[in-house]
Design a binder for this molecule. Structure first.
Ligand SMILES: Nc1nc2c(ncn2[C@@H]2O[C@H](COP(=O)(O)OP(=O)(O)OP(=O)(O)O)[C@@H](O)[C@H]2O)c(=O)[nH]1
Ligand SMILES: [Mg+2]
Length: 299
């Protein structure tokens, strides 16, 4: 295929926390490159997922949800989204079919004025959870948010309904050019970063209130064990307070053991070996508000 017949470029999905940006990224890529959860503010990094199509290549940049920041971490996550938005060819604005369009959505949609270079697509997602009437209502609400939508598309990232329609539309909006990544690459995340995120996802399950925001994960070491088909993974689950540490560990370590088991089930296929996972829980007081700690954790 000559460059002229091929399109390629960057798209990012924006929206409030929890609207389904990472789930949509994974569904398009066809592999889990970004962790997801039913807690808001799951994504904390700009994660690239790559989708190859007959007509070219889409690089999908998954970003944190845009929200009113209450901590330095929250502020840095919003700043990260802003940076990514300035660089992409297409911005996909997500609204779940099940929620009425609110002030947060309106603010985000209006803020897209600041990114003149990017083409804008509105996406009504989670249609599998909504009635036909709800979907129609949401499409109309979203349509009226901006004059310059290149397309307005309803879809479900879970049932994959209309996913192809979105992929075709996004590719058609990309500039002409050759693929940006080799065709066997699904993400540019390092293996260590993917391991840390998988462990964080496992730790997010079943915790409530402020605790999900307080959890970070660092990977200390990943090493194949000599003379066996095992990989040893040493990681820390970092929380902000002693009381949170106790919750993560659970009665007689039962919760931590569950987290380990859930993480291992995803780490083994990722690494292609059996995994020995050693998890330690550490306290870094108020790390979400501490510039030094944030730096150490990679924010
Ligand atoms: N039924 C259904 N659930 C969905 C769909 N898309 C996402 N979800 C669920 O919505 C929740 C949030 O999904 P995420 O993909 O983590 O949302 P996000 O926008 O990346 O969230 P942040 O990273 O926190 O900003 C998860 O529980 C998903 O399983 C969908 O199309 N249908
Ligand atoms: Mg996310």
């Amino acid at each position: 295929m000559t460059a002229a017949e091929s399109r390629s470029g960057f798209v990012t999905f924006v929206g409030r926390p929890n609207v389904g940006k990472s789930t949509l990224t994974n569904a398009l890529v066809g592999e889990k490159v970004a962790i997801t959860s039913d807690k808001p503010q799951t994504t904390r990094r700009a994660i690239r997922g790559i989708l190859n199509r007959p007509g070219g290549q889409l690089v999908i940049v998954d970003t944190p949800g845009i929200h009113k920041p209450r901590t330095l971490l929250g502020q840095r996550l919003n700043d990260l989204v802003e940076q990514v938005l300035g660089d992409v060819d297409v911005i996909g604005f997500l609204v779940p079919a099940v929620d009425k369009v609110g002030p947060g959505d309106r603010r985000i949609a209006a803020s897209l004025d600041g990114y003149t270079r990017a083409k804008k697509v509105a996406i009504v997602t989670k249609t599998d959870l909504a009635t036909r009437d709800e979907i129609m209502e949401r499409l109309m609400e979203v349509d009226s948010l901006r004059e310059d939508w290149a397309a307005v598309i309803p879809l479900s990232a879970v049932t994959e309904d209309q996913l192809d329609v979105l992929a075709d539309e996004l590719l058609a909006l990309m500039p002409e050019g050759p693929a940006l990544y080799p065709d066997d690459v699904v993400t540019d995340e390092s293996t260590e970063d993917r391991i840390a995120e998988i462990i964080r996802e496992a730790a997010l399950e079943g915790v409530r209130d402020e605790l999900p925001h307080s959890i970070a994960v660092t990977v200390e070491d990943v090493a194949p064990r000599e003379g066996s088909d095992l990989t040893d993974v040493y990681a820390n689950i970092v929380v902000e307070r002693d009381s949170q540490k106790a919750i993560i560990i659970g009665r007689k370590g039962s919760r931590l053991a569950d987290v380990g088991a859930r993480a291992r089930a995803q780490l083994e296929p990722l690494l292609g070996t059996r995994v020995f996972l050693s998890l330690r829980v550490r306290v870094a007081k108020e790390w979400q508000r501490d510039p030094k700690q944030l730096g150490r954790l990679g924010f």
